[in-house]
Design a protein around this ligand. Structure first.
Ligand SMILES: Cc1cc2nc3c(=O)[nH]c(=O)nc-3n(C[C@H](O)[C@H](O)[C@H](O)COP(=O)(O)OP(=O)(O)OC[C@H]3O[C@@H](n4cnc5c(N)ncnc54)[C@H](O)[C@@H]3O)c2cc1C
Length: 463
């Protein structure tokens, strides 16, 4: 596919941004610095040069403890976090760090007795027994056991038949208890706190901030959200599996967004019930005060949308996310959508349409069947109206309507055939959105095909 055209050499188009965020890399560096502060302070108290292993484990304990406490801030959905790194980055950081924390603290009691294997192997079992039975470490043992149970629940939440809301509640409360017990354990037996009691204030302050962030997430933010409702205009069928939800900001609440961003939506009377779900805004900012969403039927929440009555109040918390052209520039844009991943792409395209963008734009749109395709009339009209826009459809299952579409998944051959020429890729932007598995595969294929990471912008439909 020649997405760009060398004869025409269009200048790169730049999109301004209103957000003033500091960028993913800088925010990650700031995060690492903040996490390392307690460990750096601890070095001035009790680094034992003659016990290298014990000192390394002790510093790691402090780093992972700080990481655990920071988890509550990362998942708090606070406005400050949005400014700093974006909710999507914060949530994916939260998930990845959570995995590391679970592994490290599971190993924690074993790491402490590990040196015994070399110096006094006959004492390993008695040391292990002591590290689980001494009264002084009881808080740590409880924290360890709850951590294991809640980690297993998180891994198997779907198989356990737990609803997402129930899981979210129990996740916050369960890990809140782990954090409080962890802080008590650090104060009870932490070497640095015993040598310099002031050090314990780091844990007391961190633990208090974590509990407050968790309480804010469970109640305070929910209460604030109860006042932010939009009117439901209509819910209509968008495809065999998707609904289009149309809302109106009839109370004229402050709400501005950039095309491609998402919002949390809740349909119950109070956000305290934590029924909020994230959905990409499929309309353009110019359509405000109207907001449109394309929502695939998947589970409890999305299945009951069609039963909502026009005029109902819907809570809208947003906008969030960085899946937008704002603050970026490109000579060409490739949009790759799987299933409901078409929603933010429609937002981006609907935002471009009035500009009659001269940019080469391609949409690769994958679905299982033709009956699941959304907004086909509109996308065909865009193909006719925009100077250089084309949609390429990939369908997994053949049916009567397949016609000229690609048959199969968006595999490396398909992607390769529709990528811009190699020499043009660096000047393009590639947006990928859809279910997590699809996004992971497509992004991995693109990287294997030589696409530089920095031109790929992706959003997974799952945190
Ligand atoms: C940033 C983002 C944007 C999204 N945009 C869209 C969109 O435009 N259209 C669309 O159809 N879907 C979108 N999703 C996915 C959508 O949020 C889920 O499909 C929906 O929440 C499922 O809820 P359910 O109760 O019907 O299904 P469930 O069976 O409860 O959930 C199915 C899966 O959806 C995810 N999920 C459920 N509830 C939540 C929640 N509250 N927060 C985060 N993830 C959740 C989980 O991975 C869960 O395993 C988006 C997800 C994210 C993270």
């Amino acid at each position: 596919m020649a997405m760009g055209s060398s004869e025409r050499e269009l200048p790169a188009q730049a999109w301004p941004s209103r957000r003033g965020r500091i960028g993913a890399r800088t925010s990650l560096i700031l995060y690492c610095v903040a996490i390392l502060i307690p460990a750096i302070l601890s070095l001035s108290i009790a680094y034992q040069w003659n016990h290298v292993f014990a000192s390394i484990v002790s510093v790691l304990n402090i780093v992972f403890m700080a990481m655990m406490l920071s988890q509550f801030a990362l998942s708090s959905r606070g406005r400050w976090l949005y400014r700093l790194m974006g909710i999507d980055h914060a949530m994916s950081l939260h998930r990845r760090i959570g995995e590391w924390i679970a592994i490290f603290f599971f190993l924690h009691p074993f790491l402490i007795v590990l040196p015994r294997l070399w110096f006094a192997p006959e004492l390993v079992w008695s040391d292990l027994w002591l590290s689980f039975t001494q009264t002084s470490v009881a808080t740590g043992v409880y924290a360890w056991m709850i951590l294991i149970v809640w980690t297993l629940v998180s891994i198997a939440k779907a198989k356990a038949g737990l609803s997402f809301e129930a899981w979210r509640y129990s996740h916050t409360i369960g890990f809140g208890v782990v954090a409080v017990l962890g802080v008590l354990h650090a104060i009870d037996v932490g070497r640095h706190g015993q040598l310099q009691p002031l050090f314990n204030w780091i844990w007391i302050a961190g633990g208090t901030a974590a509990v407050l962030a968790a309480l804010w997430g469970l109640t305070g933010r929910a209460r604030a959200m109860d006042a932010r409702t939009f009117r439901l205009v209509e819910v209509r069928k968008a495809s065999a599996s998707d609904w289009e939800l149309v809302l109106e900001n009839d109370l004229r609440l402050p709400f501005a967004f950039e095309a491609g961003q998402f919002a949390w939506i809740g349909a119950t009377r109070s956000a305290l019930l934590r029924d909020e779900h994230p959905f990409s805004i499929a309309s353009a900012p110019s359509e405000l005060p109207v907001l449109r969403f394309v929502i695939r039927e998947l589970g409890d929440f999305t299945r009951q949308l069609s039963r909502l009555k026009p005029g109902s109040r819907i809570r809208v918390d947003g906008p969030y996310g960085d899946f937008s052209l704002a603050g970026r520039s490109a000579r060409g844009v490739l949009l790759i959508a799987g299933g409901a991943g078409i929603a933010p792409m429609l937002g981006l395209l609907r935002d471009l349409a009035p500009d009659q963008a001269r940019l080469p734009i391609r949409l690769l749109y994958g679905n299982r069947t033709a009956s699941q395709l959304v907004a086909q009339d509109e996308l065909r009209a865009l193909e006719a109206r925009l100077p250089d826009f084309r949609q390429v459809i990939a369908l997994e299952q053949t049916d009567a309507a397949v016609g000229a579409h690609h048959h199969g998944r968006m595999d490396p051959d398909f992607l390769k055939a529709h990528l811009p020429p190699h020499e043009e890729i660096a000047g393009c932007l590639i947006f990928v959105c859809g279910p997590p598995v699809m996004v992971e595969h497509v992004v991995a294929h693109l990287i294997r095909l030589g696409v530089p990471k920095r031109v790929i912008v992706y959003e997974e439909f799952g945190f």
